[in-house]
Design a protein around this ligand. Sequence first.
Ligand code: ZN
Length: 537
Amino acid sequence: MPKERLYLFDTTLRDGAQTTGVDFSLEDKRRIVRALDELGIDYIEGGYPGANPTDTQLFSSEQSLACATFTAFGMTKRAGRSVANDPGFQATLEARAGAICLVAKAWDYHVRVALGITNEENLQGVAQSVEAIRQAPPAREAMIDCEHFFDGYKDNRSYALAVAKTAHRAGARWVVLCDTNGGTLPHEIAEIVAEVVREIPGAQVGIHTHNDTENAVANALAAVRAGARQIQGALNGLGERCGNANLTSLIPTLLLKQEFAERFQIGVTPERLRRLTQVSRVLDEILNRAPNRHAPYVGEAAFATKAGIHASAILKEPATYEHVPPESVGNRRRVLVSDQAGKSNLIFELERLGIPIPRSDERVSRLLEEVKAREALGYAYEAAEASFELLARRLLGEVPQFFTVDSFRVMVEKRHNALGRLVTVSEATVKVFIDGGEEPLWSVAEGNGPVHALDQALRKDLGRYQNVIRDVELVDYKVRILTGGTEAVTRVLVESRDKGTGERWFTVGVSSNIVDASFEALIDSITYKLLKAGARA
Ligand SMILES: [Zn+2]
C-alpha cells in the first residue's frame, strides 16, 4: 500500500523565537534554515516580514533551498481596510517566500474582545486575505493558522468551524488548527480533529500545539491519527512559555515507530535522521545554552545506562534496554562509569573512547580500582568524560607531561579604586614549566573572581602550546559541596569549549579547597585539549 504523505512545518524561527532570552541574528536564522532544509523539513517559517528589521531583511532575498518551502508569517488583513490599503499585509505579500501563513482568530470571544469587530467581518477578512495571496504573483501557497481553535471550538463550535471552512473555501492550501494556549489534552484533540476532517479534507488540515500540559507531542500525534496531515513544531521544543511541539522528538517517532512509519512518508529519510542529534546541538550552540541531557532521542542521557547488570545485558543485546537504536538518530550509547560500574561498563566506555583493551588486561582492573578510589574521594566521572579519558590514558602511558605547574598564588583584594568606589579585585600568578624545561614561565592575570583570574593566568602563556589553546574558553563552572565525614569536600565541574571547532568537554576537580579543586579541573581541561589536538611534548 502506498504511504500517505505527512508534511512537517518548522516554526523555530517564528514561534520559537518568542522564547524568553532567544534573539536570533540574521546569520543565526540563515544557519538554522540551512540545517532544517538539509534535514528534510517541508516548510520553514522564517519569521514575520515587516515586523522587525532582521525578518524584513531575511525575506528580502530568495533562499536557495533544496527541498523546503520558505514560509513567511503574517496576519490577515485589518478590518475596515482593503487589502491594498493595509501596509502590514502588503509587507507580507512582498516577502520572497514560497508560502505565506496568516494567523486568524478562530474564537469569537477573541474576535469581539481583541479585534472589536463582528464575527462576519472576521470571516470576510479571512476570505479576502487568502484570495489576495492567491492572486498576487508569484504563485504561492496560502495557509491559515486558526488561533485558539480548540478553545474556540469548545466555546462556539460552529463559529470555529466557520473560520476553518472559510479559509478552505477561499483556497488555502492548509488550514492549521492551533492549540494556542496549550491547554488541550490528547483525547480532546483527537475528537475535535476527527470532526474537522469531516468538513475539510485531512490532507489540508494542519496541527499546531503548545506544551503547557507536557502534551504538545502527544497532541500532534493524536491529530495525525485523527486525520491531520501537517505538523507544526519547533526544534528542541523551542517556544514561548513551555514551548511548541518538539520536532526533535516528533521526527524520530514518525520514522521509527511502526504505526506511523508504515502509514506515512515524511521528507526526512532514515539517512537524514542520523543528523538529528547534530542539528539539535547546533541550535543549542547558536543559543549558547547547554543541551538538555535528558531530551528524548538526542539527549546525552537518552541512551545512558548506569547499573552494572543492565550494562552487561546491553553489551550482549542492545535492544534489551533501548527503544530504538541510538545510531538511528545520530546519538550514541553510553554506559556510565560509576560506583556501580563493573568491568563491562569500563571496557565498553574505553572502546567508545577509542581505547580498545582486552578484558584480561590487568590494567583494566587497576583502572577500575582507581576510578572507585577516586569516586570515594568525591570525583564524579559521569559528567566529566574528559577527565575520565585522561585518567585512563595516563594509566596506559599515553598522556605526555605537556607542562607542570610549579606554583600558583591567588590574591583577592577589596579596595577603593581611582574613582573612590569599593571594588573587589582578583589577581593570580602562575609559574609553569613547559616540557620539563628549566626556564619557568610566569604569568599574571586579573579576573572577576579567583578562579577566573587563575584560568586567565594559566592560559596566558603556555609557550609553544599557546596556539592550540587559543580558542579554548571556560563556558560553565559548577561547584558542589560534598559533606560527610569531618570536613567538607568541594567538587568542581568545568565545562570548556573550543570557539573554533564548537567542541565541548567537561572536567572535574576535587579538594577541601575550592581554588585547588577548580585549578585541577582547569589543568585537566587544557591537558585534554592538547591531547585531542595531537600536541607532542
Ligand atoms: Zn504557537
